[in-house]
Design a protein around this ligand. Structure first.
Ligand SMILES: [Fe+2]
Ligand SMILES: [Fe+2]
Length: 315
């Protein structure tokens, strides 16, 4: 049964109403999530002492055969994982630290923490990226902190993380592929599998919100799609780095629209949701227009990319 509320539910009411859904999905998550160990994915025997305190060998670009664009993506993805304290602060403040919400917040944080550890260990041991530049970038990025446009709204935040977890999954997967290093690919596929479970968790929650408050849920989704930014967008040089990643097919507009937004929207069955108030109807129309606009922008980008690749092949 779909209920049409007479007044919008407050943030507190939404948290209370969704708590049993959090509890169910937490149980589900704990049943299906597999334990794994970052250290098993790192070829420690290949490690060499660095210069500095222990007087080893300085890092040089030739230390690794990982292509430049893959190094860029690895750094962007790792810095994104590194900013976990800011994300934790944000969701702990919004969702709270009690009950099922709190248990989820802590469990999610622990899983995300593993990602940064695993990727950093791998990159340092295999000398895939400059460790000094990486550390400086981490300091800069974390010092800036992170906040998103809707960090005090439950449904907007759930919509954002539903898309963001899937976006991160795809970015890790495709980064692994372009490294040309099967072991790195194996690690990033493992990380991506976690991101997928995170996506399912948040997607199920917002799915329940569509039952509870369809108009508010639709508004949240339309707003988030309209101004979606990757969580790493505050990284220094992000615009240039994200273009390089898009050119390499790691994460581009087409993937964002077709492989991230559409599958999640399909799960929520947004085009058939009933019980919308007038703002919910307006939000759905805005969402449709947004997706059309993204389709055109993606086509323009693909044309440009094809032309550039053709020029490069002919050069
Ligand atoms: Fe992660
Ligand atoms: Fe995640």
């Amino acid at each position: 049964m779909t209920v049409t509320p007479t007044a919008p539910l407050s943030q507190t009411a939404l948290l209370i109403e969704l708590e049993p859904v959090v509890a169910d999905n937490l149980d589900r998550h704990l049943r299906v999530a597999k334990e794994w160990f970052p250290h098993e994915y790192v070829p420690w025997g290949e490690g060499r002492t660095f210069d500095g305190i222990l007087d080893g060998e300085a890092w040089a670009p030739e230390d690794s055969t990982v292509p430049e664009v893959a190094r860029t993506a690895l750094v962007v993805n790792l810095l994104t994982e590194d900013n976990l304290p800011s994300y934790h602060h944000q969701i702990a403040t919004l969702f709270g630290r009690d009950g099922a919400w709190g248990t989820w917040v802590h469990r999610w944080t622990a899983e995300e923490g593993r990602h940064g550890t695993a990727i950093r260990d791998y990159l340092t041991v295999t000398r895939a990226v400059d460790p000094v530049a990486l550390e400086r970038a981490r300091m800069t990025h974390m010092s800036a902190g992170y906040d998103n446009a809707h960090d005090d709204e439950v449904l907007h935040s759930l919509a954002y993380v539903s898309f963001q977890e899937l976006a991160t999954r795809i970015s890790h997967r495709n980064t692994g592929r372009v490294t040309g290093d099967p072991r790195c690919e194996q690690l990033l596929a493992r990380v991506a599998a976690d991101e997928n479970l995170h996506m399912v968790f948040y997607r199920n929650l917002l799915g329940a919100a569509f039952e509870l408050a369809p108009g508010q849920a639709m508004r949240a989704v339309a707003d988030v799609v309209a101004d979606f930014q990757m969580p790493g967008n505050g990284i220094e040089g992000f615009a240039r780095k994200s273009v390089a990643m898009a050119m390499a097919g790691i994460y581009d507009l087409r993937q964002h629209r077709d492989d991230v937004l559409l599958p999640v929207l399909r799960q929520w069955d947004v085009w058939n949701v009933t019980g919308l108030d007038s703002d919910g109807e307006a939000a759905r129309e805005q969402l449709a227009a947004q997706l059309d606009g993204l389709d055109r922008a993606a086509a323009r980008f693909e044309e440009k990319r094809d032309a550039r690749l053709a020029r490069r092949a002919g050069a």
